[in-house]
Design a protein around this ligand. Structure first.
Ligand code: TRP
Length: 479
């Protein structure tokens, strides 16, 4: 395949700064914003969670995002290769690069269940297409209820899907194939093309659905829920831990996705302003998504704390009683699919970049092997909803005693491995790596924001992440 040899880390580049930012925003904006953020906010008291979340993004996420992209841009290699270069040039132990393996593993594990959830999204795209067709055929395309279905039948879609491993498997496989195909096409003609087409479409759909929701839904209730913090909840360790984990997950941090994408950025790209744009865009999308989802949920009197079922059960039921609901549901799940693909490709690219570099393999072969790998491991999460629903893999880990395989992989990666990997990155960049190499990469001016960023990355990030990790794991320490 032409272009294949030039697509390894160290050779491939984005075609412009805008392409880099769009691809990185594509990585950041995903199911984390649409599915995980609203469900975490709903489960953790709304406003309290949102407030802590925004603080986590500003003080920990954005500085780390800059740190990750600069490791990549400096090294121009895979995540592990780039960390090794910076460690070596700084006269530090090569053990620092070995620690990047944590992120690599975390990402791959995230991809395994991400694809399962994205498969649900595809399933809902398919069923809403059927609903729209039915509504149109019945001659009432803008009627509330989907053609002939009752709200109960709409709510039953999710348990029915979960009970049917075969159905889930098909959609998980389709999503895995799409992801693998895009990554196999390379950085410029695969990942960049997907971001450049899908992200603008995503933004248009999001604006449209939010406007619809503001008109037909209960916007005031949603705004009160998202923006009125209950301070007693905000300082609870679980809320802190969930907000930090969500910030890492949503900004694609801690796993090296941003190292990988930074490696394809040109020398001219200003990394600090890019990191700011990416963090801002991702947070804005999460909040706007909340403003698209909750008004509809509240207007039909449903509860916001449904957790992971919010997007797949509560929301479709809410759409069901709205005018034009079938069409809006279709638009929403198409939007979620676009967001999911531009994220899953980044999760896969981290591993693909490293394997290509380490084993000198071609891109198509590497993508196919890893694609098959994450599909197969994803079956563990998939079966945890049906065949293996009774299994509890982590009875010994505090907070995870009752977790299924799916919860265990999601929780351990998001709440443990990503923050741990971010902690290591902050210490590495803040204390170990040579300032003479690091500082010029940031694009920050020495007299102004550079000292601020240095203080955040050297002190605030490591301390905050370490404390939150500790209290998250051992809540009894402060209660
Ligand atoms: N940020 C993505 C989302 O919000 C998920 C994601 C993509 C991710 N790449 C990542 C999460 C790397 C952690 C690490 O859906």
């Amino acid at each position: 395949m032409a272009g294949n040899v030039n697509s390894a880390p160290g050779q491939a580049h984005w075609s412009s700064r805008a392409a880099f930012v769009l691809a990185a925003v594509g990585s950041a904006v995903g199911l984390g914003n649409l599915w995980r953020f609203p469900s975490e906010a709903g489960a953790n008291g709304g406003g309290a969670f949102v407030l802590i979340y925004v603080l986590c993004v500003a003080l920990i996420g954005a500085p780390l995002l800059l740190a990750e992209t600069l490791i990549g841009r400096h090294g121009q290699r895979s995540t592990i290769g780039s960390a090794a270069i910076l460690a070596k040039q700084s006269g530090a132990s090569s053990g620092w690069a070995a620690l990047a393996v944590i992120g690599l593993i975390a990402n791959f594990l995230i991809l395994t269940f991400y694809s399962v959830v994205a498969g649900w999204v595809l399933y809902y795209v398919a069923t809403s297409l059927g609903d729209v067709a039915g509504a149109v055929a019945s001659g009432q395309p803008f009627a509330g209820a989907y053609a002939g279905l009752t709200t109960e039948q709409v709510r039953a879609q999710m348990p029915d899907l979960f009970a049917d491993p075969g159905k889930m498997l098909i959609f998980h496989a389709v999503f895995a194939i799409i992801t693998t195909f895009i990554v196999a096409r390379g950085v410029k003609s695969g990942i960049e093309v997907a971001a450049v087409w899908l992200m603008p479409a995503f933004f248009l759909l999001l604006i449209g659905i939010t406007a619809y929701s503001a008109v037909v839904g209960d916007l005031a209730a949603a705004a009160a829920f998202l923006f009125q913090p209950d301070f007693q909840r905000a300082i609870q360790p679980q809320v802190l831990n969930s907000a930090l984990g969500q910030a890492f997950f949503s900004l694609s941090l801690g796993g090296g996705a941003m190292v990988a994408y930074g490696a394809y950025a040109s020398r001219e790209t200003n990394l600090s302003s890019s990191a700011g744009t990416i963090a801002f865009a991702d947070t804005a999308v999460a909040i706007v998504a909340g403003l698209a989802i909750f008004p509809i949920v509240f207007s039909v009197g449903l509860s916001p704390d449904a957790g992971p079922t919010l997007m797949f059960q509560t929301l479709p039921a809410a759409f069901h009683s709205m005018p034009g609901g079938a069409l809006v549901a279709l638009a929403f799940f198409v939007l979620a699919f676009f967001a999911a693909v531009t994220s899953s490709v980044s999760l896969l690219e981290i591993g693909v970049g490293w394997v290509m570099e380490r084993f000198k393999l071609g891109r198509v072969l590497t993508s196919s092997l890893l694609g098959l790998g994450f599909f197969l491991i994803g079956l563990v999460s998939l079966f945890s909803f049906n065949i293996w629903a009774d299994q509890r893999p982590l009875p010994f880990l505090p907070g995870f005693e009752n977790a299924t395989w799916f919860d265990a992989i999601d929780g351990v990666t998001g709440k443990l491995l990503l923050p741990l990997s971010g902690l290591i990155t902050a210490i590495f960049i803040g204390w170990v790596a040579d300032k003479k190499l690091v500082d010029p990469e940031t694009g920050l001016r020495p007299g102004r924001f550079l000292p601020l960023w240095r203080a955040l990355i050297a002190w605030v990030c490591p301390l905050a992440v370490a404390l939150i990790l500790l209290f998250g794991l051992f809540p009894q320490l402060i209660s």
